[in-house]
Design a protein around this ligand. Structure first.
Ligand SMILES: Cc1cc2nc3c(=O)[nH]c(=O)nc-3n(C[C@H](O)[C@H](O)[C@H](O)COP(=O)(O)OP(=O)(O)OC[C@H]3O[C@@H](n4cnc5c(N)ncnc54)[C@H](O)[C@@H]3O)c2cc1C
Length: 449
């Protein structure tokens, strides 16, 4: 039995009773003892994951009048935007609502030069301010670990682990915005992962921020050549940078290394691919993170040694979280497919208009190490609300990259300019459902839009 005195007076505050001896189970497993947990909150809507989708979901739910809690694993909101150090919002141009409001706040606050790029520190602050203004209760540093259903196939309680130990939370409606579909999987939802034929997944990339470079020099030397048709940096600049790195005796695992200017003297870099890493395997993600940091450090030191425009280049920081392109795709009431993209599908309950093309990063280095549309030429299409409602659990919605879609659809809708409107739609529907004691599938999109 753990003695409270050894751990400090507050260590066990959320555990009503606690035994710390493990029972030996079958096949070398161990069985945790039963625990009683304090229910720390009972609320209308709980959103798990505070990335682009979760932030928007919580904001929309709170603004719709629901008592809303947002639970986030990292010490800041923003997900890939902040803990992941991405600096580039794709497919935001055709969006209204929270996406447009956020662009306005970013522009106004000196966070960026255009609505597309941003400074991650400013982003953290703005997201927190917007949540505070809307009355969202934000819990950082907290990981959702389990979900328990009642007899009506509804999540009754979830549990979390944090500095406060293990806690239980209750809500009428839950939204999974964890990117990897952690909450839905814990609740017992079915899901898909990876390419249909092989299960292979898109590679992971670790973003870094560089100092000691001048945007003007990078443009002059052709390493940044403006933005292409889809708004991403042009491939010519990426090829030139790859060739420059090859000259110093390294090959990058990503053959399209890309600079993104944040400020004239602050540049984000994406230059690695970690292939074949499952978003559900912590050992593999740890190894991938360490390998990625090693590769990037070697290349940056190598470039610095060549002098010229590289003389002062330094890595200011690498992302706290390696960028995970794909995790679980939770089964919903509708699964978006490649055919929907080819046909430019429109739906009566369409909640988000997508224009971004299919973007599959090479699944192995031998497949080129870059990215392509895998032969799927999409037409602008919509995401239906039904893809945001879990099939197997009645009071659960999804938003962001874990919604219901196939491998190719995911490779298009996953970008953050779509995650935000998905979150906004889920938040509004969750609020309406919880305040009218219904399940999300009973809410008609015409009641919201
Ligand atoms: C390297 C890389 C480059 C990309 N480039 C671009 C780009 O240029 N532009 C663009 O728009 N998109 C880009 N994308 C795609 C885009 O970033 C993602 O698909 C996007 O993050 C989706 O948002 P999300 O909110 O669903 O997920 P995430 O941003 O992953 O957010 C999920 C959040 O949930 C939290 N979380 C996870 N598990 C738990 C848990 N169990 N309990 C509590 N919290 C949890 C995480 O900490 C995180 O904050 C890129 C992705 C990667 C990986």
């Amino acid at each position: 039995m753990i003695k409270a005195g050894l751990l400090g007076p507050f260590a066990l505050q959320n555990l009503v009773s606690f035994e710390n001896t493990l029972q030996k189970g079958k096949d070398g497993t161990v069985e945790e003892p039963k625990r009683s947990l304090t229910v720390v909150r009972e609320t209308d809507v709980i959103v798990c994951g505070g990335g682009p989708a979760g932030f928007a979901a919580a904001l929309a739910a709170a603004r719709s009048g629901a008592k809303t809690t947002l639970i986030e694993l990292h010490g800041c909101l923003g997900g890939i935007w902040t803990a992941g150090l991405l600096s580039n919002i794709i497919d935001h141009e055709n969006k209204n609502g929270i996406m447009k409001e956020l662009e306005y706040r970013l522009d106004k606050s000196d966070a960026q030069f255009t609505a597309r790029k941003y400074d991650a520190e400013q982003m953290k602050w703005i997201l927190e301010e917007m949540c505070k203004e809307a009355g969202v209760e934000v819990r950082l540093h907290t990981r959702v670990t389990a979900a328990y259903q009642d007899k009506n196939k509804k999540i009754d309680f979830i549990t979390t682990e944090s500095f406060s130990g293990r806690e239980a939370w209750k809500a009428k409606v839950f939204i999974d915005a964890t990117g990897n579909g952690d909450l839905a999987a814990r609740a017992g939802c079915s899901f898909d992962l990876g390419e249909p034929e092989t299960g292979r997944v898109q590679p992971m990339s670790l973003m870094v921020i560089l100092s000691g470079l001048k945007e003007a020099d990078l443009v002059k030397e052709g390493f940044i050549l403006g933005l292409g048709k889809d708004g991403s940096p042009t491939t010519e600049g990426k090829k030139k940078l790859h060739a420059e790195i090859l000259k110093i005796g390294f090959d990058t695992s990503y053959s399209m290394p890309s600079f993104f200017t944040i400020r004239p003297d602050s540049i984000a870099l994406m230059m690695n691919h970690q292939y074949g890493v499952s978003a559900l395997d912590s050992d593999a993600i740890s190894k991938a993170t360490i390998e990625a940091r090693n590769e990037i450090n070697k290349v940056i030191s190598g470039l610095r040694a060549t002098g010229g425009i590289w003389s002062n280049v330094r890595i200011v920081t690498s992302a706290a979280q390696i960028g995970i392109r794909e995790g679980r795709r939770i089964h919903g009431h509708y699964m978006l497919t490649k055919e929907d993209l080819l046909n430019g599908a429109q739906f009566p309950d369409g909640v988000c208009n997508v224009k971004f093309s299919v973007d599959v990063h090479a699944l192995t280095k031998v497949e080129g190490g870059g990215y392509s549309n895998s032969g799927v030429k999409m037409e602008p299409y919509q995401i239906p609300l039904r893809s945001l409602i879990a099939k197997d659990v009645n009071n659960l919605m999804m938003a962001g990259r874990c919604i219901s879609g196939d491998f190719y659809a995911h490779a298009s809708y996953r970008v953050t300019g779509n995650a935000v409107p998905m979150g906004e739609a889920a938040g509004k529907v969750a609020a309406k459902a919880s305040l009218s004691n219904r399940v999300p599938s009973a809410v008609n999109w015409s009641e919201i839009s």
